[in-house]
Design a protein around this ligand. Structure first.
Ligand SMILES: C=C1C[C@]23C[C@H]1CC[C@H]2[C@@]12CCC[C@@](C)(C(=O)O1)[C@H]2[C@@H]3C(=O)O
Ligand SMILES: O=C(O)CCC(=O)C(=O)O
Ligand SMILES: [Fe+2]
Length: 359
């Protein structure tokens, strides 16, 4: 039996900073433990000099005949793009946003009933990457994998459960289909077909993939310029599909441009390349560094669909993308191994599985 995501951190506890959640709504000043300076994050104010022209991640119409090439090009230059005409019913996007809003509106003592444990995967808590920073993030999260019923039971009375579980299940199904479509469109642009990736071609999508949902809430903040919603990170996924409410906050990093805000476009979705897709593409696709800032007047919600392979699948660079005289940039790794490496080494995880070739 392959490890399921639920078991990834079993026996690999993550010691998160003590959970002192302030009552976000009652503060008129940012507590020191939430005030970020460049000492806490070297890239905090990263900006090119001279300042670069304003540019943004592309918005791609999935119905466009050239969508595959546009996606491939966005994966190479940005590691992120937005998509319109993605086929996910709008009521479903509204449904998951409503569920997320009502979850975070619950009183703290109720949310803590579904707190994520140190060795657990799902439930309520601070971002997992919190342990790598000295300052706290201005956000709260809820991770779901598999059926949310057990956790949701701790939050809501019976009469909400079926409806909320149906929304999560339907959302995961739609995202799964979309993620697989996006993966093949981007690989097509590199000349890679199903014959080149055995684990993916032998089975239908639902057999080889697994996923998690990360619900995020960034409350209104008295001093947004000094706070951080979610610190800079890359996702450990193949692809991540993000729905944000109509409040800006997500930023992606480009060496030549610094931090670039991804504006919310109604009814569209944001797609990020994750570390595993970077590995699979032998470094051609960029796993994008991103973060979330916060806001003084509007609270922000986001729902991230984190998508990767089942845990018995070894991801390694597609041979076709390795030059005949070169060697693959990375050694092979399963999603479970990678998540554990990331949980202990954070942003060093990718370089730890890189093949260092003697010159
Ligand atoms: C399947 C995943 C991917 C995880 C870990 C696990 C569940 C939650 C995901 C996130 C979501 C928030 C950012 C991140 C960096 C975090 O702290 O938790 C992500 C992390 C990763 O992409 O590495
Ligand atoms: O809230 C956002 O825009 C970013 C969320 C994110 O990066 C994540 O959940 O991995
Ligand atoms: Fe992320």
């Amino acid at each position: 039996m392959p490890t399921m995501l639920t078991d990834v951190f079993r026996g690999h506890p993550i010691h998160l900073p003590h959970f002192h959640q302030p009552d976000f709504t009652s503060l008129s000043e940012l507590p020191d433990s939430y005030t970020w300076t460049p000492k806490d994050d070297p890239l905090l104010d990263a900006a090119p000099s001279p300042p670069a022209a304003s540019e943004n991640i592309p918005l791609i119409d999935l119905n466009h005949p050239d969508a595959a090439n546009q996606i491939g090009s966005a994966c190479r230059t940005w590691g992120a793009f937005q998509i319109a005409n993605h086929g996910v019913p709008l009521e479903l996007l509204q449904g998951i946003e409503f569920l997320t809003g009502s979850l975070f509106q619950l009183p703290v003592h109720r949310k803590l009933k579904a707190a994520r444990s140190e060795t657990g995967f799902s439930g309520y808590g601070v971002a997992r990457i919190s342990s790598f920073f000295n300052k706290q993030m201005w956000s709260e999260g809820f991770t779901i994998t598999g059926s949310p019923l057990n956790d949701f039971r701790k939050l809501w009375p019976q009469h909400h459960l079926n409806n909320y579980c149906d929304i999560v299940e339907e959302y995961e199904e739609q995202m799964q289909k979309l993620a697989s479509k996006l993966m093949w469109l981007s690989l097509t642009s590199l000349g890679v077909s199903e014959e080149d990736i055995k684990w993916a071609s032998a089975n239908s999508d639902s057999d080889w993939a697994q996923s998690a949902l990360q619900l995020n809430h960034y409350p209104v903040c008295p001093e947004p310029d000094r706070a951080m919603g979610l610190a800079a990170h890359t996702d450990s996924t193949l692809l991540t599909i993000l729905h944000q409410n109509n409040t800006a906050g997500l930023q992606v990093f480009r060496d030549d441009l610094g931090w670039v805000t991804v504006p919310p476009v109604p009814d569209s979705l944001v797609v990020n390349v994750g570390d595993l897709f970077h590995i699979l593409s032998n470094g051609l696709f960029k796993s994008v560094l991103h973060r979330a800032r916060v806001n003084q007047t509007r609270s922000r919600l986001s729902v991230a669909f984190l998508w990767g392979p089942q845990s018995d699948i070894k991801i390694s660079p597609v041979p076709k993308l390795v030059s005949p005289v070169g060697s693959p940039l990375y050694r092979s790794v399963t999603w479970t191994e990678y998540l554990r490496t990331k949980a202990t080494h954070f942003n060093e995880a990718l370089s730890m599985i890189r093949n260092h070739i003697d010159e």
